[in-house]
Design a binder for this molecule. Structure first.
Ligand code: NAD
Length: 335
């Protein structure tokens, strides 16, 4: 199997590459990543020497950069590459349209042209919009994205659907809830709060802190993607979530308690524009149809994650100092 993984230098993509490298020793894993601010080749140190792993710096929205890879033959594509941070999408929506929608369309079109056997689009529960106090998102919940980020992901999902319906491209879409774990860029809630708590800096919490997210340990998401890649039925959407709903405030206070830091560090800040109140996933379909079973208990997973950030202080430091960009250049220049 020649598997093209896009966005593999980011948080979830790098976990997925490690996961696949350990489980499928005969697969060739080709990682294409544009190395935006969120791409960090440090995340892939464990696999970079493997002969069956290749890295190519390329932009998914630039067809001329991507096409030579497809021309050499690709069996399957897993598309993680995206602009992924909601706050940035409020400041620069055009970039999200370019990468998330246009980039996905380039990958779909090349997959169609070169006869790729399977295309897996990594989407998000945010495409469904927001929930009230009750109810869960199912795969038939109407798309109602509220941020430029989620709107761009929904646009990509619809393009994936269109390539399946119009051209018969064998595709799946996964819609996962919030992931947490090692190697997450410290603009996202959990690593940002760990970092600030360790530095004794204020922990910024949006609004009243009661927005709810459904948390899933990143390796459980990787296992779900593996199942969808190998067993997903053509054209199907699969929701993925751990049934671990927590308010932002609950997440932040748990981090402070684990680190032995005072709750007085919590600082309420003006709410995010268009901030979705609650996400909750019904993952019954992937459990029943593909036998997916998450392995990580949320409380244990969070402790494990915090311990990782404590033991890998150098990883956080090279991001905060910007040194990872230099490392990316050094590694890339050698390739
Ligand atoms: P991330 O921001 O950590 O990584 C994104 C990666 O994509 C980076 O390495 C970046 O360099 C790369 N990239 C960006 N633009 C590119 C382009 N034009 N061409 C090639 N590469 C490009 O994101 P993540 O948290 O790992 O998320 C990965 C995917 O999973 C995204 O599609 C996201 O929408 C989805 N997702 C994330 C979560 C979550 O909680 N993090 C939950 C559900 C779904």
């Amino acid at each position: 199997m020649k598997l093209l993984i896009t966005g593999g230098a980011g948080f979830i993509g790098s976990h997925f590459i490690r996961y696949m490298a350990s489980r499928y020793p005969d697969y060739l894993l080709i990682n294409i990543d544009a190395l935006t601010y969120a791409g960090n080749l440090h995340n892939l140190i464990e696999v970079e020497q493997l002969p069956r792993y290749q890295f190519v710096k390329a932009d998914i929205a630039a067809r001329e950069q991507i096409e030579p890879l497809f021309a050499k033959g690709i069996d399957a594509v897993v598309n993680f590459a995206a602009e992924s941070h909601v706050d940035r999408s409020i400041v620069q929506p055009d970039l999200f349209v370019r990468t998330n929608i246009m980039g996905t369309q380039v990958l779909l079109d090349l997959s169609k042209q070169y006869g790729v056997a399977k295309f897996v689009q990594i989407s998000t529960d945010e495409v469904y919009g927001t929930l009230g106090d009750t109810g869960l998102f199912t795969e038939t919940t109407p798309l109602a994205p509220n941020s430029p980020y989620s709107a761009s992901k929904a646009g990509a999902d619809l393009m994936v659907r269109a390539y399946h319906e119009t051209f018969g491209l064998n595709s799946n879409i996964t819609r996962c809830s919030n992931n947490y774990g090692p190697y997450q860029f410290p603009e996202k809630l959990i690593p940002l709060m760990i970092h600030n708590a360790l530095e004794g800096k204020p922990l910024p919490v949006y609004g009243d802190g009661l927005n709810v997210r459904d948390w899933l340990y990143v390796e459980d998401h990787c296992q779900a993607i593996d199942l969808v890649l190998h067993h997903g039925q053509p054209g199907e959407v699969y929701n993925v979530g751990g049934s671990n709903e927590r308010s932002n405030l609950e997440v932040v206070t748990a981090i402070l308690a684990e680190l032995g830091k005072p709750e007085s560090l919590i600082t309420y800040v003006t709410d995010r524009l268009g901030h979705d109140r609650r996400y909750g996933i019904d993952a019954g379909k992937i459990r029943a149809k593909l036998g997916w079973q998450p392995q990580y208990d949320y409380e244990k997973g969070l402790k494990k994650t915090i311990q990782w950030y404590l033991s890998q202080a150098g990883w956080m430091e090279q991001i905060m100092s910007g040194a990872y960009r230099h490392y990316n250049r050094l590694k890339y220049d050698k390739m």
